[in-house]
Design a protein around this ligand. Sequence first.
Ligand code: C2E
Ligand code: CA
Ligand code: CA
Ligand code: CA
Length: 278
Amino acid sequence: DKQLRYQVFNRFMLDHYQRKRLLAGRLQELLAEPHNSELYLCYQPIIDISQPQRLGAELLIRWNHPELNFIDPPDIIEIAEENGLGEKLSEWLFHRMQHDIARFPADTLRHLHLSINLSSSIFNHHLANHVCNWLQDGPLPASQLILELTENIALEDVQLSRKIFSQLREKQIRITLDDFGTGWSSFSYLKDLSFDKLKIDKSFIRHLDRDKRLPLFVQAITGLSHQLGISVVAEGVETESELSKVLEIGANEIQGYYYSRPLSADAFLDYARHYLAS
Ligand code: C2E
Ligand code: CA
Ligand code: CA
Ligand code: CA
């Protein structure tokens, strides 16, 4: 049957629409099975420069489809959102994370701070309650959870957004403004809402050592963030020269291939043990 399906896929080129329909159906099935091996999570370390006794990681979804190979993560999110599966996907992410870290030793786990990307569809007044329910009975305290929000979350209703933020803070959940600088209204977000961290998008970091103007942007964003009491995360740091540039500018946390690619849960546990022991 698997063989047959494979042949069918080869014989007919799927058009964009067919491919999406097929993936949506399969995604719905996978989300009902929290521990399948087709859909899983990677953990990319985030180094906190001034707090070596803690280690961050961003959870990144992976889908290794048997016939279509790896599906691009933004496509997974788009398919979920377009098919009303945003909340299911979020719930799945939390359950899978809890399952992955359940076997981490407690004395490693208590040093870890895990960041989850939020789909825009779950950014509503139920968010804090949903997140607390999803964390309930699991090994991760809310104070070690960080939610990453991109600029596509609704900002039409600033009052509502502030309410959601304060509900999260009551539960000790921190919030990162993700992909800073890539959207239209970056500065409105900073003006209207209070974030714990700001993540400078990798498009600013990539050519930092070659483009003379880029460091000026990164410097300005970092300076403003620090004045607002927001910690700065530099994403996409790949080389030693990029690292020294962002450190010189004053970034607080570093994420990127220079330290590590996204890792399986097992490989991340090894990484964390070595990192925390050194
Ligand atoms: P993002 O939130 O900006 O995540 C960071 C992306 O940068 C990841 O790509 C990561 O693998 C990649 N990256 C990290 N360090 C480096 C580096 O040094 N160099 C380069 N070239 N890339 C680096 P990935 O895993 O392909 O994810 C792409 C996007 O898909 C994410 O961008 C995020 O917007 C979305 N995404 C991934 N997983 C999830 C999820 O579980 N939920 C939601 N809502 N979105 C997700
Ligand atoms: Ca992110
Ligand atoms: Ca980004
Ligand atoms: Ca580069």
